[in-house]
Write a protein that binds this ligand. Structure first.
Ligand code: PFF
Length: 454
């Protein structure tokens, strides 16, 4: 294979921060707490953390290794390792999944922008943040305009190129987010229901375990770590040969998981137990109400939503980058045109999601998933954010085991970390048995029993 010339990260810190930027986003702060609330609290958290370490981390290593080895995104990576094979559909699935996720993610990301401006210009009505959220998401024009704004912002950054755009944004703002979250945790620990909230959040109860707990925990792990659709593969493709993949991948997984857990540490003490009604609005309703009680709350709220906007942006950039780099690498379309095409398609696909939180009745309540009435956005989230990512992860493992070869993968993974090579004795059994078995089990449930869907 002739190595194509490719942009590269300036430093390994730049890569880690950008990859962490992709991983850390609405998945941690918006999705994790409400999915945890819907799936039994402590039991879910325990399962989630186990899955992150036993399945997420190995898959992260596979993606990064394959990306750096081939210097391509998912379609090109498969093509360069197994030219002309049917495995290429795995790459296409990744591109489609990226667009599918971005289409609804962009809607929620739009909320962060609106909440930022709301904090700056009006503040939030104490005790009424629930109504505020309901009215806001039911306004079609708002939802579509915000989706458009957010996607345009994402497209603009992707067009500006990888180094200038992504690296800088991630490296400056992530540490501030960490600080703000720490402050909010400390405050929420002082609230009245904190202990019972923490108990619900952190103590597993076997009675809370259901089949859906497993599916949602797996889906959430992939979603949060940006795995299963080639985002990390694409980022890995910009990584220099001399960087230590083992360390970089590990740090990204740890950062991401810590931020998700922190988000729960804010929300559950405030709730004081299981959320009464946990849905997509949970964090927006609870956090804004918390801010109304804090001195200087409006400034803090503005800062929080600004940081959340940026966290979402560094994730949407990676979602867009996968499809855009496919057009650039495989169809030789220039970066600007490629990013514009993908942005436009995603906007169109996103419109029904934008209208599915009250603006349009039939899009708002369509089917029941895991016992929850779900609209178009929820269905997109379930299909692309859970099922498709898990499927992508499974295919990736199968590709590595049967096509690329575990030895080749290890050669790339341990290239600059000879001392860590013994880790392959842990990694191999995970890749061969545990990870595919777990993922296949979940997909089997979804595809063949259908029970999980009601
Ligand atoms: N990991 C991002 C989050 O937690 O918000 C979402 C995401 C980004 C998922 C990129 C998948 C992906 F490829």
């Amino acid at each position: 294979m002739s190595a194509p010339k490719r942009e590269q990260w300036n430093s390994s810190l730049g890569f880690i921060l950008a990859a962490a930027g992709s991983a850390i986003g609405l998945g941690n702060i918006w999705r994790f707490p409400y999915i945890t609330g819907q799936n039994g609290g402590g039991t879910f958290v325990l399962l989630y953390v186990s899955i992150v370490l036993l399945i997420g981390l190995p898959v992260m290593y596979l993606e990064l290794s394959m990306g750096r080895f081939s210097k391509r995104g998912p379609v090109g990576a498969v093509e360069s390792i197994a030219p002309g094979s049917f495995w290429k559909f795995m790459g296409y699935l990744a591109v489609i999944t990226g667009i599918g996720i971005l289409s609804f993610y962009g809607v929620v990301a739009g909320w962060t922008v609106w909440y930022f401006f709301k904090a700056v210009f009006h503040g939030f009505p104490s005790g009424k943040t629930n109504e505020l959220f309901g009215e806001f998401v039911a306004s079609g024009p708002h939802q579509i305009a915000l989706l458009y704004i957010f996607l345009a912002l994402t497209g603009g950054i992707v067009i500006s190129g990888i180094k200038g755009g992504i690296e800088k944004v991630s490296s400056i703002l992530m540490p501030i987010l960490l600080l703000l979250l720490t402050g909010l945790i400390i405050y929420s620990m002082t609230l009245k229901g904190a202990t019972s909230g923490l108990k619900y959040y952190l103590v597993p109860k076997s009675s809370d375990f259901t089949k859906t707990t497993f599916i949602f925990a797996l889906g959430q792990a992939f979603f949060s770590l940006s795995l299963g659709m080639g985002a990390m593969m694409t980022y890995g493709s910009y990584l220099k040969k001399k960087e230590n993949l083992v360390k970089a991948g590990f740090l990204v997984v740890i950062f991401d998981t810590v931020i998700a857990l922190m988000s729960g540490l804010i929300i559950f003490p405030v709730l004081g137990g299981a959320p009464q009604k946990s849905g997509a609005g949970l964090v927006f309703v609870v956090i804004t109400d918390l801010f109304t009680k804090l001195p200087g709350g409006r400034i803090l709220a503005a800062l929080f939503f600004l940081l959340l906007t940026v966290a979402a942006l560094t994730s949407t950039i990676s979602l867009l980058e996968v499809a855009a780099s496919y057009l650039m690498d495989e169809h030789k379309i220039p970066r600007k045109k490629a990013a514009t095409i993908v942005t436009f398609i995603t906007f169109i696909v996103g419109i029904p999601s934008a209208l599915s939180l009250g603006a349009n009745k039939s899009l708002t309540s369509m089917i029941s998933i895991g016992g929850q009435k779900t609209g178009f956005l929820g269905i997109m989230d379930f299909l692309f954010g859970n099922v498709s990512l898990a499927l992508g992860g499974l295919l990736l493992i199968l590709f590595v085991v049967f096509k690329w070869g575990i030895k080749n993968t290890e050669k790339e993974l341990f290239r600059n970390s000879e001392k860590l090579k013994y880790l392959r004795y842990i990694l191999r059994p995970l890749i061969w048995f545990a990870a595919p078995a777990a993922i296949a089990l979940v997909l089997g449930f979804i595809l063949f029993t259908g029970k999980t869907l009601s």
